[in-house]
Design a protein around this ligand. Structure first.
Ligand code: AP5
Ligand code: MG
Length: 220
């Protein structure tokens, strides 16, 4: 199965994708995580992406599309992919569709996690992620067992530079003005489901599993 999670910054894409990929046995591919790994590694991709990310802008389509298409050709993606944060523009969605046709695959379902803007801002201000594997925490709603340390791998927790200052508002504006258009794109293909992301993490997970199962059963 190939699934896309669409949602604003802080809607819970990363949190839910980690749980869902495990239960469905498919690979979680997060464009933002790949960019942050490249920035930490100080490689060419990281150098190209850094300034856009710190400003809260989208990285240009040509760089982003190449990175994702290269990644999904790897053998560990053969059983299916859960896309988190990609696509974000119509051009990216079209490039993904044509590549999937080329390799004899397709998107099965796209789920939009909807959360009100004021809740998103509150969640982002409390978010910390771990240095080693980008596991996600929240000082208000999902604190680690030991302050500042990841429960899963013991690495340091830090606040993303784009979760502070003007970058936060800019990222939300880009989502609501541009990325949200993808819901029309996938609705036209009868591949869109919507879930209320403004519930507890477990309830959102259960709703996601249920909705994906129902979509698969009705289109089988
Ligand atoms: P990316 O890393 O994808 O960031 P984002 O889209 O801004 O999304 P977030 O990671 O901020 O939110 P999330 O939905 O994953 O929320 P999370 O689960 O962490 O992208 C970063 C940058 O990279 C972009 O700005 C851009 O520059 C570039 N980029 C990436 N993809 C690109 C693309 N396709 N094209 C161009 N550029 C691209 O949850 C948030 C917080 O809320 C956490 O603290 C969590 O614990 C908490 N939380 C989660 N769920 C709940 C809940 N149900 N109740 C209470 N708290 C919750
Ligand atoms: Mg994320």
């Amino acid at each position: 199965m190939n699934i896309i999670l669409i949602g604003a910054q802080g809607s819970g894409k990363g949190t839910q994708a980690a749980m869902l990929a495990q239960s469905l046995g498919i690979r979680h591919i997060a464009s933002g995580d790949l960019f942050r790994q490249a920035i930490d590694a100080q490689n060419d991709l990281g150098m190209q992406a850094k300034t856009y990310i710190e400003r809260g802008d989208l990285v240009p389509d040509n760089i982003t599309v190449r990175m994702i298409l290269d990644r999904i050709e790897q053998p560990d993606c053969a059983a299916g992919v859960l896309f988190d944060g990609f696509p974000r523009t119509i051009a990216q969605a079209e490039a993904l569709d044509s590549e999937l046709v080329h390799i004899g695959r397709q998107i099965d379902v796209t789920v939009y996690l909807s959360v009100p803007r004021e809740v998103l801002l509150k969640r982002l201000s409390g978010r910390y992620i771990c240095r080693a594997n980008q596991h996600v925490y929240n000082i208000n709603t999902r604190p680690p067992k030991v302050a500042g340390i990841c429960d899963l791998d013991g690495s340091e927790l830090y606040q993303r530079s784009d979760d502070r200052g003007e970058a936060v508002q800019k990222r939300l504006d880009i989502f609501f003005n541009e990325t949200l258009r993808l819901t029309d794109y996938y609705a036209a293909q009868h591949k869109l489901e919507e879930i209320n992301g403004n519930q507890g993490i477990e309830q959102v997970h259960e709703a996601l599993v249920r909705q994906i199962r129902e979509h698969r059963d009705t289109t089988a």
